[in-house]
Design a protein around this ligand. Structure first.
Ligand SMILES: [Zn+2]
Ligand SMILES: [Zn+2]
Ligand SMILES: [Zn+2]
Length: 446
């Protein structure tokens, strides 16, 4: 079995610390040599600490020399993703089912998230549900009918379709991809376990987005496979319909349980797991349905460079993003505070860049109180769309921040008053199944 113990950029000009996971097996590896094409060097902490203990004095350098079995054919050189694994050497290891991060064979709990090595996450009663068992299809019609009968203004409309589970990122033999179908299954199962859905929320019928609804947005002409194309069109279609339903007043809020995520997709290209910009599609649909002003709040831990690009010259859509930035070293590198929009749109892009990892509830709530809410209230949007990545959640392997489900619930609550309750929450990133499930569930409850 070949190991995946660090992350790299194939192109040295790209940011080297993009999404570097918080797994100490990875973060303590000095990536600078690796970028130059050399072997891995090991930092002092790692050499003198855990690694040495585990491997009885051998170093990663030894592994590079002796067991350098790189299989480069796993890489698509044209791929532009915010996540890339590397496998320069072999070690016995296991991948965490909850967060996908690699761990040494002799530890039984995941270094990043604490999940037990042998735990069957979908066997747990929290996840044991209709969705986890793959019988969603037989239930869908019934849920739809019940939804239409029980739909009321007070219930949350949910956009979900199991065809979005068929999309998989280009498979790397060496490492499970963090943007995976289990993300939706886990959230759906958690909503079911909480009795929220099916139940208190109504399901809307799924449809694919029409090409003309995408307008000048990026139209992907190559997909990983036909399932990806379909999944992306359904995700965008659901987001458009949820925006339309909310604007019509049939329901006041909605949750789009969709993938692939969208906020890195702009007018020119798809990047970072994203194919269509779902939030932008929803914003345009809301405007077509009568909204004059749309607020997009992006609390995904990464900057929504695609969304910013689409609306930076547009004063009818206010884009506010909170994200790790670290002076441009964190993926995708954009989103500095000085980026405030262009031409007509100046002042209608607001970036709140964090300078480090570990940001938690208090920082987010403070930023909401001091910046997001005052600006949003003055803007007085007709609808608020949230690009809701849960990769700033505690335990996320890529975000390495510390937001709790209660924090997400409070942010949701604060935003719901801004546009008279018209709120559409769209799933973006988030890769720790337990964290995204509990976070999304507390957001929908709110
Ligand atoms: Zn884990
Ligand atoms: Zn963001
Ligand atoms: Zn993200």
């Amino acid at each position: 079995m070949s190991a995946t113990l660090c992350y790299h950029r194939k192109n040295p000009e790209k940011k080297v610390s993009d999404d570097a996971p918080c797994n100490p097996l990875i973060s303590e590896v000095d990536m600078s040599n690796e970028i130059d094409g050399g072997c891995l060097s090991v930092s002092g902490t790692m050499e003198s600490g855990r690694y040495k203990k585990l491997q009885k004095g051998s170093t990663i350098q030894d592994y590079c020399d002796n067991e350098n079995n790189v299989d480069d054919d796993d890489y698509d050189e044209d791929e532009d993703s915010d996540w890339e694994p590397i496998n320069h050497f072999s070690l016995k290891k296991w991948f965490c089912c909850n967060c996908t991060m690699p761990n040494f064979e002799d530890v039984c709990r995941c270094d990043v998230c604490g999940e037990h090595k042998e735990f069957d996450i979908f066997g747990h009663e929290l996840f044991k549900s209709t969705f986890g068992d793959g019988t969603w299809n037989s239930l869908k019609d019934e849920v739809l009918q019940r939804s239409q009968a029980s739909a009321s203004k007070s219930c949350t409309a949910i956009g979900f379709d199991d065809r979005m589970l068929l999309h998989t990122e280009v498979v790397m033999r060496s490492h499970p991809h963090p943007e995976r179908p289990d993300r939706l299954k886990a959230i759906a199962a958690s909503l079911a376990a909480a009795g929220i859905f099916p139940g208190r929320c109504s399901l809307i019928p799924a449809r694919e987005i029409y090409p003309d609804e995408l307008g000048k947005l990026f139209h992907p002409d190559t997909y990983a496979n036909q399932h990806s194309a379909l999944a992306a069109r359904i995700a965008a279609g659901l987001c458009a319909d949820l925006a339309i339903i909310i604007m019509s007043g049939k329901t006041s809020n909605g949750f789009a349980l969709v993938r692939p995520p969208g906020h890195h997709a702009g007018t020119r290209q798809a990047m970072g797991f994203c194919l269509h910009n779902n939030a932008a599609v929803a914003a345009f649909a809301a405007q077509a349905a009568g909204a004059k002003k749309v607020l997009i709040v992006d609390w995904d831990v990464h900057h929504g460079n695609g969304t910013q690009e689409i609306f930076e010259g547009n004063r009818t859509v206010l884009y506010i993003s909170l994200h790790r930035h670290e002076h441009g070293k964190f993926y995708p590198g954009t989103g500095a505070a000085v980026e405030v929009g262009v031409m007509d749109g100046q002042g209608y892009t607001v970036n709140i860049p964090w300078s480090q990892s570990g940001i938690g509830d208090n920082d987010y709530i403070f930023a909401f109180q001091q910046i997001v809410l005052p600006i949003a209230s003055e803007f007085a949007p007709d609808i608020t769309i949230v690009s809701a990545g849960f990769d700033a959640a505690r335990g996320d392997p890529l975000g390495c921040c510390d937001v709790t489900p209660a924090g997400y619930a409070q942010m949701t609550h604060m935003l719901s008053s801004v546009s008279g309750g018209k709120l559409l929450v769209i799933l973006e990133g988030g890769y720790n199944l337990r964290s995204i499930s509990s976070s999304a569930t507390s957001v929908v409850k709110e």
